[in-house]
Write a protein that binds this ligand. Structure first.
Ligand code: CA
Length: 715
């Protein structure tokens, strides 16, 4: 039995779409002196509308601005004030930070840039020169979601797992440490969080046999202060805390050999009112619980919110949203702290809209469940226990027990993922970028063993993929959409919703000017009335906008900024589904708007509709069928379901290399394009299998060419 055929190794086999563009470090222009951000300023950020001092603007991550110069009355006059093209063409996910007229932003490949926030004049740029082959060693594109600024330094986590402190005035490296375990498949894509002189950051990688943690480093020296593990390690070693001794009782078998998962790849929220840090944890691994455990168990603290003390990393409480996860329901999404009046009582709460499709309100001091309500289509659970919030799991959703495929809403992409939501205290609404996106999970054959390269999910997705043509895919393709949802966390219902064509739309910003800003995957940046959802303004961004917008002011003038640049997981792994969100090119660019702004974007890139022109079909049906399976398990994660790729990686149906079996082997087997992210697959596939993949892609290209020419009805 070919092990690879049993390993659903997604997200592999990809090229970088642009050559590496290295910019110089430490070249200071403009002469702006970044002022110090200290604890006092961070604690007072809510009243400081001019600045956007940390990832979610304020410690409570509300992404709400008190600025009103741009409002629902005049937003129609909003125009482009300045823009800056970026030197990378991967997905752009970062939220800029603005301090005293200087805008700091990270880009794909963990690069950091500083601009004059009013004029767009570049001040400095920094490139950690992440090795390009990292693309296939870690999960989910070369993205980065943001920096932190504190006491004259800018902090960034890199795809290679380093935490780097830069001089905020010059971009020169102050310190640089490796924070992930040596040789691991972990990567940092999230924004660091500064709390009381420490920089807090975790790492992604719960699809690669890793052990999740959140770590704190001294902001001055980079010295590690504490490391909080989210899952128990090898039980023959001492537990690193009482909380892990308790957690170990919820695992069985030789779980530690798989790492455990529970990585901390996104939200880290500090709440000064409770002096707690809340963070979300990822799925347990492998995804399939029948493989990672010998008996049923909750697998703490995966798919949970955990609260700890920032000074010591000491455990305080946890709330597990998806016990014994089997669907990749990470709970890493942004955690908002707020005061809500619930049943006549003022409560300090945390609010959360994780991948699993339920909106949670928890007591911020104790983690006690207050409410949980489905905010998207949910069929993996019939509801939540009203007292505990524990999901009532649909027995059919336990695919490892039934042995049958289960199509889950939401799927692994999630009803909501990292795209930041915002909360307006004015309207009392949470503005959530939501997704309707299913996945079909099947238990793999019993001989399942980890592969050598790529993800270790222990799930077979073939039933929901195109080549299998089982009809399962067709059953949920039409339901795949996205929305901007204005959610009332007290009445537990949507006040209004705006439908989008597909999933993976932008993060949101809400303002006291009764506005909500959001980009779309289809290439617009929009403003809506926060109270009614009426669309008031739109800008053609030439590319998908997935990041969270910010607003700030310089010398009394208000600006709105957002990073544009289509990419992300949705484009990479969904193949033909990615076209549901709009087939836009990647144009990586920082866009900054102001009232009566008159700047113009350069003309959009030519929209080439490449004509398929493949060599004639070759090989026998057996070889082509073998190639289809090999493609599905090894290549489709990046090059698309049925060889129809998104926009970030080459669509192999168009590849000239289809004409050359020799060159095909040199690329796929030998890895001659390693520097562009396409590593060698010699450890996973034989030359014969690699040749069969070529024959399969040629057949697919011919099928679609026939479709283009109107000579066939289906494929
Ligand atoms: Ca995950």
């Amino acid at each position: 039995m070919n092990l690879l055929k049993l390993t659903a190794s997604l997200f592999l086999f990809m090229w970088v779409t642009t050559p590496a563009a290295y910019s110089d470090t430490g070249d200071v222009k403009g002469g702006k002196q970044p002022a110090n951000v200290d604890d006092k300023r961070l604690l007072a950020a809510a009243g400081d509308g001019a600045n956007w001092l940390s990832y979610g603007r304020t410690y409570d991550e509300q992404r709400f601005s008190p600025l009103t110069a741009i409002s629902d009355k005049n937003v129609g006059r909003l125009g482009l004030q300045w823009s800056a093209d970026l030197d990378t063409a991967r997905g752009q996910e970062a939220t800029p930070i603005v301090v005293d007229g200087v805008l700091y932003v990270s880009t794909a490949w963990s690069m950091v840039k500083a601009f004059d926030a009013a004029t767009g004049e570049p001040i400095w740029s920094y490139d950690p020169q992440v090795p390009r082959e990292k693309l296939v060693e870690v999960c989910c594109d070369a993205v980065n979601r943001g920096v932190a600024v504190y006491k004259g330094k800018v902090f960034v986590g890199t795809l290679a797992g380093h935490v780097v402190a830069l001089d905020a005035a010059t971009g020169k490296v102050a310190w640089d440490i490796q924070s992930i375990p040596e040789g691991s498949h972990m990567a940092i894509t999230g924004a660091p969080r500064i709390v009381k002189g420490k920089v807090l950051i975790g790492a992604a990688g719960s699809e690669y046999f890793t052990r999740g943690y959140l770590a704190a480093f001294d902001t001055e020296t980079g010295k590690e202060v504490w490391r909080f593990y989210t899952v128990p390690g090898d039980p023959s070693q001492p537990f690193e805390g009482k909380h892990l001794e308790a957690a170990a009782k919820t695992w069985s078998g030789e779980y530690w050999k798989f790492g455990g998962g529970g990585t901390v790849w996104d939200s880290i929220t500090y709440d000064p009112e409770t002096d707690l840090v809340y963070f979300g944890t990822a799925n347990a691994e492998p995804w399939n619980p029948g493989i990672r455990n010998s008996a049923a168990g909750d697998n703490l603290y995966t798919a949970s919110i955990v609260a700890i003390r920032p000074d010591t990393g000491e455990y305080v409480w946890h709330y597990q949203e998806t016990p014994e996860d089997r669907w990749d329901f990470d709970s890493n999404q942004q955690i908002i702290a707020a005061n809500l009046k619930i049943a006549g009582q003022e409560r300090r709460v945390v609010m959360h809209a994780p991948k699993n499709g339920f909106f949670y309100v928890l007591d911020a001091r104790t983690g006690k469940f207050i409410s949980g309500t489905a905010f998207a289509t949910v069929n993996w659970a019939t509801g939540l226990d009203p007292a505990s919030g524990r999901p009532l799991v649909n027995p059919e959703a336990r695919y490892e027990i039934t042995g049958k495929p289960f199509t889950s809403f939401p799927g692994a992409y999630g009803a909501h993922t990292w795209h930041p939501m915002s909360y307006s205290p004015d309207t009392g609404l949470v503005y959530i970028p939501t997704n309707e996106a299913a996945a079909t999970y099947t238990d793999p054959a019993k001989e399942w063993t980890p592969g050598k390269v790529g993800m270790q999910l222990g799930v077979d997705f073939n039933a929901g993929a195109m080549p299998a043509d089982t009809g399962i895919r067709e059953s949920w393709l039409k339901k795949t959409t996205g929305a901007l949802l204005a959610w009332d966390p007290v009445t537990r219902s949507a006040r209004w919703a705006v439908q989008h064509a597909g999933p993976a739309n932008g993060g949101t910003l809400s303002t006291a000017g009764n506005l909500v800003f959001q980009g779309t995957a289809g290439g617009e940046f929009r403003a809506y009335a926060a109270d009614t959802g009426k669309q008031l303004w739109s800008f053609a961004a030439q590319t998908g906008v997935v990041a969270g917008p910010v607003t700030y002011s310089v010398n009394g003038k208000q600006y709105v900024a957002v990073l544009a640049g289509w990419g992300t997981l949705w484009d990479l792994y969904t193949g033909i589904l990615s076209t549901k969100s709009g087939r836009v090119p990647n144009v990586s660019r920082l866009l900054v708007f102001a009232l009566d702004g008159k700047d113009q974007l350069p003309p959009p890139p030519p929209h080439s509709l490449a004509v398929l022109d493949p060599p004639p079909v070759a090989g026998d049906p057996g070889e082509i069928a073998d190639g289809a399976l090999s493609f599905h398990y090894n290549c489709s994660g990046c090059h698309g379901d049925a060889a129809i790729a998104g926009v970030l990686v080459p669509d192999l149906r168009h590849s000239a290399v289809l004409n050359s079996p020799q060159l095909w082997q040199q690329i796929v087997h030998d890895g001659i394009l390693k520097e562009r992210g396409m590593v060698a697959w010699s450890a996973n596939m034989t030359p014969a299998q690699i040749e069969n993949i070529r024959l399969y892609v040629i057949k697919r290209a011919n099928e679609d060419r026939a479709l283009e020419l109107g000579q066939a009805k289906d494929h």
